[in-house]
Ligand binder design. Structure first.
Ligand code: SAH
Length: 249
């Protein structure tokens, strides 16, 4: 049975392209096995006042508005637990609720792999719920009681959680068994060994006077491997010295 990914959002339209295009689109279309099914919920449907009823001014003052815990809970109860036939008594074993926020656990290659192992593999039975924050975020009491994990995708502030949730689904799905074919394997990608990828070249052999590095056309695979490794170190030194320092620890 396909694993269900539920998304609670003010703007569910964000997720349409994710389920329609590219590798992840193929997964959701069932073209790479019946693995995942996405259901998006429009949060205002669970508030009596529609769009206007989902948020309110923060207690204690301050700018903006905060999303209400009771409306989020109603979406979880009615839109997911009831309509998805989950057992309300056993919810922690059937669903994992994920939120994204600047103060969450940093999303990187290792958190991504851990997440994929926990939730995107065949032996993981839990379905997933993603809560997309907007405005100043969501009421802390909802996080305390119903959210299992919080992730931050980078040191900057987005206007909403939708793009963060898409980044999480896209990157974790690459580590889900059988999603990527052999030719698309994730093991040679950047970060897998705390190194970035080496530069890549393809046809034509000459582009605007620039030739492809000779070694790549030499056919000497041993030398090519050494070249690739050297270039990986060079790239990492240039762009992400911190990764090399991490390797040394
Ligand atoms: N007032 C909050 C920011 C709210 S931004 C603060 O200062 O921390 C609105 C929503 O966008 C957040 O609730 C969160 O869900 C999402 N968001 C913003 N930046 C993010 C990031 N770097 N990683 C993950 N989610 C983020």
């Amino acid at each position: 049975m396909a694993k269900k990914i539920w998304i609670i959002s003010m703007f569910p339209d964000f997720f349409k392209p994710l389920t329609e295009v590219g590798v992840v689109g193929q997964v959701f279309q069932g073209m790479r096995g019946e693995k995942f099914e996405m259901n998006t919920l429009y949060l205002p449907e669970f508030s009596e006042k529609g769009f206007k009823g989902v948020d309110s001014a923060p207690y204690g003052g301050g700018p903006g508005v905060v999303m209400r815990a009771d409306i989020l809970k109603r979406a979880l109860d009615e839109g997911i637990i009831k309509s998805g036939n989950y057992n309300p008594e056993n919810i922690k074993n059937e669903l994992a609720v994920i939120f994204t926020a600047p103060r969450g656990e940093v999303w990187n290659n290792s958190t991504c792999k851990k997440f994929a192992k926990n939730y995107f593999n065949s032996d993981s039975t839990k379905d997933l719920v993603f809560i997309c924050g907007r405005y100043e975020g969501i009421d802390e009491r909802f996080i305390e009681k119903y959210v299992d994990e919080v992730y931050c995708i980078g040191d900057y502030v987005l206007s909403g959680g939708e793009i963060a949730v898409m980044a999480i689904i896209d990157s974790a799905m690459r580590f889900s068994e059988g999603v990527l074919g052999n030719g698309e394997s994730a093991v040679e990608d950047s970060f897998e060994v705390n190194l970035l990828e080496h530069p890549q070249y393809t046809r034509p052999a000459e582009f605007e006077g620039m030739k492809v590095p000779e070694i790549l056309t030499s056919g000497d695979h041993k030398k090519i491997d050494i070249w690739k490794k050297e270039k990986q170190v060079e790239m990492t030194k240039k762009w992400r010295l911190d990764l090399l320092e991490k390797d040394r620890k």
